[in-house]
Design a protein around this ligand. Structure first.
Ligand code: NAD
Length: 302
């Protein structure tokens, strides 16, 4: 099956490259021509628009920033859903409501939507070790499974109900946000009191306060003050907002996640939207008048 890929950003670039490397015939498009050229150099074929791509492939994969953009690219005029494509895989975090609405519209056009949001960050995307949460028609999943196996290591099929995988992903990312923000405030407290930053991480990571933030994010990106661009605060904000909207729709109260959302909204108002969310520790540092960690001479992790 000839594949198309739209959205060659922090995540999509690595995923598309892995598909090329695994021998899939791939046509790519992104608004950023430099990203397209990188994939062309890796063996992919360039399309000059979504509609050009849509007429050359049977299956289109997308990894795009927001539900609105996913909507436009999939079911907008000249979108992926207007060409010869019969199956679309949405690797973006676009939320259950968008998945249900877009899936229904694609269904009316005879196109199957496989919901496949991912977790594992840019490092996981590059290494092909992503977790992929999948929902949609069983047969459609079966048809795209080989492609997904080139991208991820842990594949979870969560059933046929549209949007279920998206909800799973939102729950995961909201937990990630809550634990990262609470780790930031705790570690800044320790730094102000004179505890050594690395020692704090060493203690926490063999104790009950351990999380993805303390074991991976902060050791790789924060304690050495490298703050590599991996996952923007604006995208994290989008995920927590989508999760809370779903909670409200289902009558579920999430006060802790609400607090986290308010903190991230404040961070966005202070200009952190385009920065990796590791930078949000600087807000707590500013309030406390201290710094957690120091810049090392090492090359920052990519
Ligand atoms: P990104 O902003 O780095 O990349 C998005 C890409 O989409 C860009 O290259 C952009 O040019 C392209 N794009 C935007 N509009 C387009 C359009 N209309 N047509 C074609 N291309 C278009 O975003 P990202 O960090 O790669 O995230 C993509 C999705 O994956 C998001 O939904 C995000 O929540 C999710 N995600 C990201 C991470 C991460 O660590 N960055 C991890 C898991 C999931």
């Amino acid at each position: 099956m000839r594949l198309g890929f739209v959205g060659l950003g922090s995540m999509g670039l690595h995923m598309a490259r892995r598909l090329c490397d695994a021998g899939h015939e791939l046509v790519v498009f992104d608004l950023n021509d430099a990203a397209v050229q990188t994939l062309v150099d890796a063996g992919a074929k360039r399309a000059d628009s979504v509609s050009e791509l849509a007429n050359q492939v049977e299956c289109g994969l997308v990894c795009l920033p927001t539900p609105d953009i996913v909507d436009t690219v999939l079911i907008g005029e000249g979108g992926l859903g207007a060409g010869s494509v019969r199956t679309i895989v949405d690797l973006s975090t676009s939320g259950p409501s968008a998945a249900q609405r877009i899936g229904a519209e694609l269904g009316r056009r005879g196109i199957r939507l496989v919901d496949a949001p991912v977790s594992g960050g840019t490092i996981g995307a590059e290494a092909g070790t992503l977790t992929i949460m999948i929902s949609g028609e069983d047969a459609a999943y079966h048809d795209v499974r080989l492609a997904l196996e080139a991208i991820g290591k842990n594949l979870f099929y969560l059933g046929g109900q549209p949007g279920l995988a998206q909800l799973m992903k939102l729950i995961n990312n909201t937990l990630c946000a809550v634990s990262a923000i609470s780790a930031f405030e705790g570690l800044v407290l320790g730094a102000k009191a004179g505890l050594d930053p690395q020692t704090m991480l060493d203690v926490i990571n063999v104790s009950s306060g351990q999380s993805f933030a303390t074991s991976i994010k902060i050791p790789q990106c924060v304690v050495n003050r490298s703050f590599p661009p991996r996952f923007t605060s604006a995208l994290l904000d989008k995920d927590v907002r989508l999760c809370l909207a779903e909670a409200e729709r289902l009558g579920v109260t999430m006060p802790i996640s609400q607090q986290t959302r308010q903190f991230i909204a404040f961070a966005l108002s202070q200009g952190y939207g385009d920065q990796d969310y590791g930078n949000l520790i600087k807000i707590f540092e500013g309030w406390a008048g201290t710094q957690f960690g120091t810049q090392t001479a090492q090359e920052p992790v990519a």
